[in-house]
Design a binder for this molecule. Sequence first.
Ligand code: FAD
Length: 304
Amino acid sequence: MEVAWRNMFQSLAKNKSANKLARKYGLRFGAKRFVSGESIAEAISKVAELNKSGRVVTLDHLGEFVYTKEEANESTIMSLKTLDEIHASGVQSHLSVKMTSLGLDIDKDLCLNNMRKIVSRANQYGNFVRIDMEDYVHCQITIDIYEELRQEFDNVGLVIQAYLYRTEEDMKHLNELNANLRLVKGAYKESPDVAFPEKKDVDENYKKIIEMHMLNRNYTAVASHDEKIIQFTKELANKHGIGKDKFEFQMLYGICEDLQNKLVKEGYKVRVYVPYGKDWFGYFMRRLAERPANVWFILKNLFK
Ligand code: FAD
């Protein structure tokens, strides 16, 4: 049953018509729990609140289904504006971006050039840009783009997903670039031809890549709400004398707040991924797919 729900939400996340409809009606159905708002002003005020509690942030301007050059350029402008607002307001936040929203499905060079503008603006501000990882079909080209940017910039990082079979090999290669990586389990619907279908295998591979990256003394962002994974990371760091400045924990806005605050109290760096924007539907569906129990939020909020 849980698998059926998961598949349904993962498919809905890719549904353009549902996304268009949702955009028209604004943040609904409990999406406010996971999305900070539709405007940059709302997002910045949420970041300021999180900063007050000792947490830093990475802001993401949501953008899905970008198929024209104009849409990709518009998305780029929104990312640049986000960096400008972070700088002007003085909040503590990085930027996260998705390559498809910057034109990856139209033309790789368009996307790469848009990214150059974004990473270069962030560089001027002494800020950092993280490239989110999307579904498997975009994986290699996203890594290629990261590698090209890495030749020019230090302030850019990538996300790597533990559920993919290819990940261990990718990590070996990325190690040579001293890549700053956010490591995640993986949020997309993938075929068993490319990704571990069983959760226990994903968790094992996750531990393996956390260990690889941390022991190679590369900066590691462990992005998970799984307390066993967090405990594993803490013990690994203690055992090998890896300082708290060499890694951080990351969690999603609206999820496991108590755990976020507990880690801050223990002296760990905690970064919250805060999405905002009108294209909230796909992101919201992926959060429901991760935990179908969240569905009761939809039911509770259906008529609000
Ligand atoms: P799980 O085993 O899925 O969950 C552990 C526990 O966490 C659950 O029992 C539950 O208590 C809680 N939890 C997890 N998810 C939810 C939820 N949606 N709602 C409520 N509680 C929940 N994936 C990508 O593919 N690409 C990315 O670029 C990417 N970036 C991410 C950035 C951040 C900061 C984070 C935290 C995650 C990101 N993800 C990304 C998503 C990730 O791949 C997982 O799908 C997600 O984090 C759930 O896995 P988990 O590690 O929390 O462990």
